[in-house]
Ligand binder design. Structure first.
Ligand code: PEP
Ligand code: MG
Length: 578
């Protein structure tokens, strides 16, 4: 009998295959004390579990397909880093050696303590990170129990299956994909979890919050999962299966057709030149971006240099990274955004120098931090000026809120150039300098800022957050964070107009740029440079190529005056059907 279950689709795509259940190994976390004479052996057990966990994560890294993005690698690296984190490891060793707890008990006590700490945190992103602690402890408990069986090497391709589990760790997802996983359904999970980010990156359909999936399904069932809709169809009839198979093959064909666009110029039907650029945050992202036909990097986020480490990157580390990126890009343009580390981006090294703000999203971050603490910014600024000597590198500074900040920034750049000159470093005195428009005041002052800079980039994620006064990481307001809000469209249009008047190039690099639904609207508002996650580049390019800007400009401008969300939706549909 066919059964329909609903969950939340968090990674798109259709998968059809038999169920494989992933049962959790129930860790024995009983209160158990050891004898003093067993202390050394117990500590050894714990350390072995640590090294086996690390081995498991490193294997997952090796098993990544070549398309595995830098994001996936950095997630696994941060999981490995957690195994070395003294805040996790030292208390456990202490429970064993001082209080004579068994390993299992020590792990359980430490897990509960960390959870209590996480419970006190209101930031939803940081709360999500408690999943990382849970996963790390579960992994350690698993490795205390037994050494996981090594996967047998086989020349046959593995049988494909849809994995059903309570929860799924990022490393399990990668390992199971290697074993034949084509899609996954979990009872728990979330949109913000690392597992979700990895599933999207690896194009694996994933449905979370499918309640009772482990109870209702068994391994004789066959599933169709639709990651866009969040539906799970159990034992579908032949006609339904045929229909989903045909959807799958149309999607495959559409992907192939998209490939043929790589060689085409990014020009609208009425011959207006546009550009499709990539957002990247790891060197490994660049090869993927190039493969997917992007024309350069419109936003390179540098936060990964600061995250999850106790020290700050020095000038040499910055310089080596930027040179590496230039080499990888082989002459394509590279826009490096200077540091923007705040609440959801933990950087212990930075936090030693700057106290955490009460409201970090509104606190001392990005350009504000750079101007207040030049000693923290100078290594990056100097490295950028030096690297720009070797290729087309531009510097982009985030979170500008007023004209004076831009003047102060430019003065700091001039002083830094003079120092580099005196110290006889090779550098580019003409490195283009741009600022991000993410704060409504910057959009409103765009006419005053544009003449001072070489280019501007609209960060629609933050622009939406600050215009609507809604925390972009707060799940409760997610449905209300509407980028079609006429106020936001107005600010985008005003920024583009100001840049055009001063002949200053302007791009948009928030999530909106990568959503083909908004491509025509943005073209109609005058935008010509789109920077996005590389995986959406070809779909956006297809939209650009199919657009006659002359025909949609009026509708786009009408959206700035739309007086209800319904009217906005209708106008958007009209734009996309012209
Ligand atoms: C933005 O705010 O739109 C942006 C691109 O920056 P981030 O998402 O890194 O804050
Ligand atoms: Mg931003």
């Amino acid at each position: 009998m066919t059964l329909l279950m609903n969950g939340t689709g968090v990674s798109r795509g259709i998968a059809i295959g038999p169920v494989r259940l992933l049962h959790e190994i129930q860790p024995q976390a009983r209160r158990k004390k050891i004898l003093a004479s067993q202390k050394r052996a117990e500590l050894n057990r714990f350390r072995k579990a640590l090294s086996r966990s690390e081995e498991e994560l490193s294997t997952a890294k090796e098993q990544l397909p070549t398309s595995g993005s830098g994001t996936v690698i950095s997630i696994l690296d941060s999981n490995i880093a957690m195994l070395h984190d003294p805040a996790l490891v030292e208390p456990i060793e202490n429970y064993i050696s001082e209080h004579l707890y068994s390993c299992e008990w020590a792990l359980a006590v430490q897990r509960d303590e960390l959870f209590q700490m996480f419970d006190a945190i209101t930031d939803p992103y940081l709360r999500q990170r408690s999943l990382d602690v849970e996963e790390t402890i579960a992994r350690l408990l698993k490795h205390l129990k037994r050494r996981p069986a090594k996967q047998k090497k086989t020349t046959q391709s593995p049988q494909k299956f849809v994995l059903v589990s309570k929860n799924l760790a990022p490393s399990d997802l990668i390992q199971q994909q290697h074993a034949g996983l084509i899609g996954a359904v979990t009872q728990g999970g979330s949109q913000l979890s690392h597992t979700t980010i990895i599933a999207k990156s690896l194009n694996i359909p994933l449905i979370v919050h499918a309640r009772h999936a482990m109870t209702l399904l068994d391994e004789s069932d066959k599933l169709i999962i639709d990651g866009a809709q969040g539906t799970v169809i159990v034992n579908a009839d032949a006609a339904t299966t045929r229909s989903f198979k045909s959807q799958q093959s149309s999607a495959r064909k559409a992907r192939k057709q998209l490939d043929s666009l790589k060689a085409r110029a990014t020009r609208t039907r009425d011959k207006q030149q546009a550009h499709v650029l990539a957002n990247c945050s790891e060197p490994a992202d660049i090869s993927k971006a190039k493969r997917l036909g992007t024309e350069g990097v419109g936003l390179y986020r540098t936060e990964s240099l600061y995250l999850n480490r106790d020290e700050l990157p020095d000038e040499t580390e910055h310089f080596k990274l930027y040179r590496k990126l230039i080499t990888k890009l082989k002459g394509d343009p590279l826009v490096v955004r200077t540091m923007d580390v705040w609440s959801s981006r933990r950087a212990p090294g930075l936090e030693q120098h700057v106290p955490m703000s009460r409201q970090p999203a509104l606190g001392l971050r990005a350009i504000r931090l750079c101007l207040r603490h030049p000693e923290l910014f100078l290594p990056q600024l100097r490295a950028l000026l030096r690297a720009a000597h070797y290729g087309p590198l531009s510097m982009l500074v985030p979170m500008v809120a007023n004209v004076q900040e831009v003047r102060d920034l430019l003065q700091m750049v001039d002083v830094t150039k003079a120092h580099l000159q005196r110290q006889r470093f090779a550098y580019n005195p003409n490195m283009p300098i741009g600022v991000m428009v993410e704060v409504p005041s910057a959009a409103i002052s765009a006419r005053l800022i544009a003449p001072l800079v070489d280019f501007m980039a609209i960060g629609s994620n933050d622009l939406t957050q600050y215009t609507l006064a809604m925390d972009r990481d707060d799940e409760n307001v997610q449905p209300l964070l509407d980028p079609l809000n006429p106020a936001i469209l107005h600010l985008i249009r005003e920024t583009v107009k100001a840049c055009d008047q001063h002949d200053v190039p302007v791009s948009l690099c928030g999530e909106m740029a990568g959503d083909p639904l908004y491509t025509r609207l943005l073209l109609g508002l005058g935008l010509r440079q789109f920077s996005m996650h590389p995986s959406s580049a070809l779909e956006v390019k297809r939209q650009i190529i199919s657009t006659d800007v002359g025909k949609i400009e009026k509708i786009a401008r009408a959206m700035i005056r739309a007086n209800s969300p319904l009217r906005s939706q209708r106008l958007l549909e009209r734009i996309n059907s012209v």
